[in-house]
Ligand binder design. Structure first.
Ligand code: C2E
Ligand code: CA
Ligand code: CA
Ligand code: CA
Length: 276
C-alpha cells in the first residue's frame, strides 16, 4: 500500500509539473498572441422575443498556432492572474469599437456591441478616460457600447464600483450585470447602481424545465422590471426555453437557438440573411 501511495504521489506531481509547465508556456504565448494577431473577436447576436437583432456580444478567441482554438474559459483566468487581461481587454475595446465603425460605414445595421470587462480592467485608474477617448475618436454614439460586469466585480468594492459605474454611465455607455444570480446574494446594490440590463445566467435557463427554475426566472424578471432594468436570458438553446421565457416576460435572448458566436465574415453573412 505504501509503494502504491508513493507511485500515485509521483504520478500526481509529474502531472502537476506538466500542467504548470503548460501554464507557463501558455502564459508566455498569450503575451505574444496580441502582437502576433492571434486573438480575434467573435460576435454573438442578441435578439428580442420576435427574433430581431438588438445587439451583439463580443467574445474573445485565441487561434493558437499549434493548439488550435483555445477557449476563453481557459485563457481568461490565466490572463487575469498574470495581469495580461489589462492590455488584452484594451485591445478588445478598441477592436469592438473599430468593428462597429466599419459596420456603420457599410450600412450593416448593428445596434450595439457588448464587451466583457474583467475585475482588474475595471479597476484600472484610467479606464473611464480610455473609454471616453475611444468613443470620442470613433464618433460612435456612446449608447452603441455596453459594458458587462459580473456581480462579483461590482461587489468586491461596491462604493468604488458605484463611482466608476456612474462615471461610465455619464458617458452614455450602457451597463449590464453579467451572469446575474450566480454571485453574491445581496440584491441591495441593484437599487443604487446605474444598470441598464440584467443578464440571466445560463444555469437558470437550463433549469427552466423544472418548477423551481421557472420560479427563479420569474422572480428575477419581476425584480428587474420593477427596478427599470431590461432582462436578457443567456444560453437559450431550445424552443421550449424560448416559449417559457416569453411566458415569463423576459425581454431578450441570446443563445445557440438564434445564433452561435461567429467570426466577422460569418456574422456579416448572417446579418445579410437576417436583414429585414
Ligand atoms: P460569458 O460572458 O458569460 O459569455 C457567454 C458564454 O456563453 C460564451 O462562451 C458563449 O459562447 C456561451 N454561449 C452563448 N450561447 C450559448 C448557448 O446557447 N449554450 C451554451 N452552452 N453556451 C452559450 P465563451 O465565448 O466560451 O466565453 C466564456 C467566458 O469567457 C465568457 O462568459 C466571459 O466570462 C469570458 N470572456 C469572453 N470574452 C471575454 C473578453 O473579451 N473579456 C473578458 N474579460 N472576458 C471574456
Ligand atoms: Ca458576458
Ligand atoms: Ca454571462
Ligand atoms: Ca459566464
Amino acid at each position: 500500500a505504501k509503494a502504491e501511495g508513493r507511485s500515485t504521489f509521483r504520478f500526481f506531481t509529474a502531472q502537476m509539473q506538466q500542467r504548470s509547465a503548460l501554464r507557463l508556456k501558455l502564459e508566455a504565448e498569450l503575451r505574444r498572441a496580441l502582437d502576433r494577431k492571434e486573438l480575434q473577436l467573435y460576435y454573438q447576436p442578441q435578439c428580442d422575443m420576435h427574433g430581431r437583432l438588438i445587439g451583439l456580444e463580443a467574445l474573445l478567441r485565441w487561434q493558437h498556432p499549434e493548439l488550435g482554438m483555445v477557449s476563453p474559459a481557459e485563457f481568461i483566468p490565466l490572463a487575469e492572474e498574470s495581469g495580461l487581461i489589462v492590455p488584452i481587454g484594451m485591445w478588445v475595446l478598441e477592436e469592438a469599437i473599430a468593428q462597429m465603425q466599419s459596420w456603420r460605414e457599410r450600412d450593416l445595421r448593428v445596434p450595439s456591441v457588448a464587451v466583457n470587462l474583467s475585475a482588474l480592467q475595471f479597476r484600472q485608474p484610467l479606464l473611464v478616460e480610455q473609454v471616453a477617448r475611444l468613443l470620442h475618436e470613433s464618433a460612435l454614439p456612446p449608447e452603441c457600447l455596453e459594458l458587462e460586469l459580473t456581480e462579483s466585480v461590482v461587489l468586491e468594492d461596491p462604493d468604488d464600483a458605484l463611482g466608476l459605474m456612474e462615471r461610465l454611465h455619464q458617458l452614455g455607455v450602457r451597463l449590464a450585470i453579467d451572469d446575474f444570480g450566480t454571485g453574491y446574494s445581496s440584491l441591495n446594490y441593484l437599487r443604487r447602481f446605474p444598470v441598464d440590463r440584467l443578464k440571466i445566467d445560463r444555469s437558470f435557463v437550463q433549469d427552466l424545465e423544472q418548477g423551481r427554475g421557472i420560479a427563479i426566472v420569474r422572480a428575477i424578471v419581476s425584480l428587474a422590471h420593477s427596478l427599470g432594468f431590461v432582462t436578457i436570458a443567456e444560453g437559450v438553446e431550445t424552443p421550449e426555453q424560448l416559449a417559457q421565457l416569453r411566458k415569463l416576460r423576459c425581454d431578450q435572448v441570446q443563445g445557440f437557438l438564434f445564433a452561435r458566436p461567429m467570426s466577422v465574415p460569418q456574422l456579416e453573412a448572417w446579418l445579410l440573411r437576417h436583414r429585414s
